[in-house]
Design a protein around this ligand. Structure first.
Ligand SMILES: [Zn+2]
Length: 103
């Protein structure tokens, strides 16, 4: 999985298509990520013993990595990321547009 926490991504599918936001958390096994303010589910709650405040809770649901594109921090364009193995064995992510390398 090439998306990391704090990456800026572009939503390319779904109701939030076209929005840019920051990745809050990643779930590599599910190939899903939670993106700030994206794919929000509203839950109406009634006050009970556990929740004193009745109202609407907003919660971000994970979205599939296939529905987002990484925004390159160098050229600021949505890009397909390549992987490159560096001389010391670490993997760098390479922007498909400007060839910028970032970890
Ligand atoms: Zn780039």
């Amino acid at each position: 999985m090439k998306i990391r926490t704090d990456d800026t991504v572009l939503i390319i599918k779904g109701k939030d298509r076209g929005k840019q936001a920051k990745v809050k958390s990643v779930f590599p096994k599910q190939n899903r990520v939670i993106v700030e303010g994206i794919n929000i589910a509203l839950r109406h709650t009634k006050a009970n013993q556990a929740v004193r405040q009745a109202g609407i809770i907003q919660k971000e649901l994970p979205i599939a990595v296939a529905n987002i594109a990484l925004i390159c921090s160098n050229c600021n364009k949505p890009t397909k990321v390549g992987l490159k193995i560096m001389d010391d064995g670490t993997k760098a992510r390479v922007c498909g547009k400007c060839s910028y390398e970032q970890l």
